[in-house]
Every structure is written in structure tokens, then in C-alpha cells.
Design a protein around this ligand. Structure first.
Ligand code: FDA
Length: 319
């Protein structure tokens, strides 16, 4: 119930305006977002590389309604790609097709993405297309397949285990030889298209993970769920699949204890590092995934606001 309310709020423009105008909200979002500028993101990436973690940088933004906005997002991402190459970072980029004009028209989207992929190819940077709500799944996969059949490489997709269709999509991606990031899925979906129960989402995740490890190309197993992580390690061990043939992926600021442990155990781990001014919907989806985060956030908000004196531990705003 709370999850649904938070996901609904993630799409509300009024709530977005209120939150992004609130002075303390930015500070709170920093728990999950590297910052608002490219330099913030590069600083976070350097620190993660030093800790032996790979990175994927995400310039935050969602569906745009005009060509100018889409071109602006593409230009910003191209600058990120150039910075990665210039600084020799171990990083790639994750992008949302709606940010690049998926809702505008297919020819425009193709031109914008081609421009971005040319820049990425010049600097040898891999580009991952994030997956958004199920309204976009088929379009995103078809668009990806079109790029692939036009000879584009250095690109990958994301598949979400909460959708009933995903095992078939994994087979489709394996057939191409394309790199897949597997995650559970973060959007509010109707029962018509997605498993409503966590147990089924998890079972689907394990089935898809096995297909990807057995037959896929360097899959990214993106989860903080220790049961999913253990299932992946067990399957790799049983099948004699080398640690260099896949990677784990986790979100910036989430389960840093598990992140350190995986790297210590010798697994590849990529951290998804979001940055930019449009942090609100991303931040709200992280709240929805773990409503306990709300208490963490509310505690920070109270601590950093004039109401700090209300905290029961008596340390108030001075902390
Ligand atoms: P689950 O939600 O079952 O959580 C398991 C445990 O992980 C929790 O009990 C808690 O301990 C911890 N945890 C999970 N989320 C947390 C949070 N926000 N804060 C604190 N602790 C948390 N989705 C999508 O639809 N499209 C996409 O393109 C992507 N891309 C993506 C990239 C990467 C690198 C990751 C890790 C995730 C995504 N996602 C995504 C999000 C994904 O679909 C999913 O919503 C979250 O990863 C949460 O699911 P878990 O697998 O972690 O398990």
C-alpha cells in the first residue's frame, strides 16, 4: 500500500515541485544520488573505482516532451562519455530512451541515439538502455534489436523479472548475444502484465539469472537481495562459470555492506551512480522499494530542519 502511494507520488509533478524546492530535500537525496553536477558524479566514480568497483553513470531524467529537451539530455550524456574517456575511468553510461525522445517519434529517437552511440563508440564507452514501465518494454526491445541489426555493438538492455514475458525476452537477448542487466523491476505494474507477489518475482529472477549465466554474454545481475545474490553464486559454482563471465550490479548508497563483501570475495561489481537535477522520481522509486528508507529520510529531515529540537534523543539539530 505504502509502496503504491510512493510510486504514485514519484509521478506527481506537484509533489516533485514541492520536494525539489525544499532546501533540505537535496541533502537527503544525496544518500542515493551522487549530486547535481557532472563533477559530483565523476568524484563518486573515482572513489568507487579506487574501491575496485566498476561504475555506470546515469544522468537523471525521464520522459521529455520536446526535441530540444531530448537533444539537451543527449548532449549532457555525451559530455559524460567524453569525461569518462578523458579521465580513464572504469565506467559506462545508463540512459533512458524516454529521456532521448522515445515519446516524440521513432526517427527523431533514432537520430538522437545514433549521435550518442557514435560519441560512445569513439571513446569505447558501453551504453546501457535502462528499462522503464511496461508501456515501453516492447518498443525498447525492438529499438534495441534494430540498432543491433544495423551493426551497433557496445550496447545492452535491461530486463525485469516481475514481468511475465521476461523469460522469453531473455531468450531473445541471448539469441542476439546482447548483454543484459537483470533486475526485479521498479515501476507500478498491473497484475495483467506483472507478478503481484514477491515470491513469484524472485522465482522468475532466479530462472532468468540461470538462463543468462548459462547462455548469455557477460550479464549484470542487479539486485541487493542476498537470496538472489547467493542463488547466483551457487549456480555459477555448480556450473563452473567463471567470475569473469558476469557481474553483480547495485545502486549507489544501497547495501554498502554487501557491496564491500562482494568485492572482497573477488566478484565483479558495478555501482549505478545517478546524478543531475532531476533526482525526484528516481529518489521516490528508491523510497518505494524499501519504505523503511522513509524513516531514515524523515529522521534526517527533522534533524536538519528547525524542528530538530523535537528529536527524542535530545541531540536535535546540532548533530
Ligand atoms: P528487493 O526489493 O527484494 O530488496 C532486497 C533487499 O535489498 C531489501 O530487503 C533491502 O535490504 C535492500 N534494498 C532494496 N532496495 C533498497 C533501497 N532502495 N534502499 C535500501 N535498501 C534496499 N529497475 C527498473 O525497473 N529498470 C531499470 O533499468 C533498473 N536498473 C537498475 C540498475 C541497478 C544496478 C539496480 C541494482 C537496480 C535497478 N533497477 C531497475 C531497480 C530494480 O528493479 C529494483 O527495484 C531494486 O533493485 C530493488 O530490488 P532488489 O533486487 O534489490 O530486491
Amino acid at each position: 500500500m505504502l509502496r503504491d502511494a510512493l510510486l504514485a507520488l514519484s509521478e506527481s509533478s506537484l509533489a516533485r515541485r514541492i520536494a525539489t524546492d525544499a532546501p533540505f530535500a537535496r541533502g537527503v537525496a544525496r544518500r542515493f544520488v551522487a549530486g547535481e553536477t557532472r563533477e559530483d558524479a565523476l568524484t563518486a566514480a573515482r572513489a568507487l573505482n579506487e574501491a575496485a568497483m566498476h561504475v555506470s553513470l546515469d544522468y537523471l531524467g525521464e520522459a521529455v516532451g520536446s526535441q530540444d529537451e531530448a537533444r539537451g539530455a543527449a548532449a549532457a550524456i555525451e559530455q559524460v562519455v567524453r569525461s569518462i574517456a578523458r579521465e580513464g575511468l572504469d565506467a559506462n553510461v545508463s540512459v533512458k530512451l524516454t529521456q532521448l525522445g522515445q515519446d516524440i517519434d521513432d526517427d527523431f529517437l533514432r537520430r538522437t541515439v545514433d549521435g550518442l552511440l557514435d560519441t560512445a563508440a569513439e571513446s569505447g564507452t558501453f551504453v546501457r538502455f535502462d528499462m522503464e514501465s511496461s508501456d515501453y518494454t516492447e518498443h525498447t526491445l525492438r529499438f534495441f534489436e534494430e540498432l543491433w541489426s544495423a551493426g551497433r555493438r557496445g550496447i545492452g538492455v535491461v530486463l525485469q523479472s516481475y514481468l511475465y514475458r521476461t523469460e522469453e525476452d531473455v531468450a531473445r537477448a541471448n539469441e542476439l548475444g546482447a548483454r543484459v542487466r537483470l533486475c526485479k523491476g521498479a515501476y507500478k505494474e498491473p497484475e495483467r502484465v506483472a507478478y503481484p507477489d514477491k515470491a513469484d518475482v524472485d522465482a522468475s529472477f532466479v530462472r532468468c539469472m540461470r538462463m543468462l549465466l548459462a547462455d548469455g554474454v557477460y550479464p549484470g545481475i542487479a539486485t541487493h537481495d542476498e537470496a538472489m545474490i547467493e542463488a547466483t553464486k551457487d549456480f555459477a559454482r555448480e556450473q563452473g562459470i567463471d567470475r569473469d563471465r558476469f557481474e553483480f550490479q547495485m545502486l549507489y548508497g544501497v547495501r554498502r555492506d554487501v557491496q564491500k563483501r562482494l568485492v572482497g570475495e573477488g566478484y565483479h561489481l558495478r555501482i549505478y551512480v545517478p546524478f543531475g537535477e532531476a533526482w525526484y522520481p528516481y529518489f521516490m522509486r528508491r523510497m518505494a522499494e524499501r519504505p523503511a528508507n522513509l524513516f531514515f529520510v524523515m529522521d534526517s529531515v527533522i534533524r536538519e530542519s528547525p524542528l530538530g529540537f523535537l528529536r527524542r534523543d535530545g541531540r536535535g539539530a546540532a548533530r
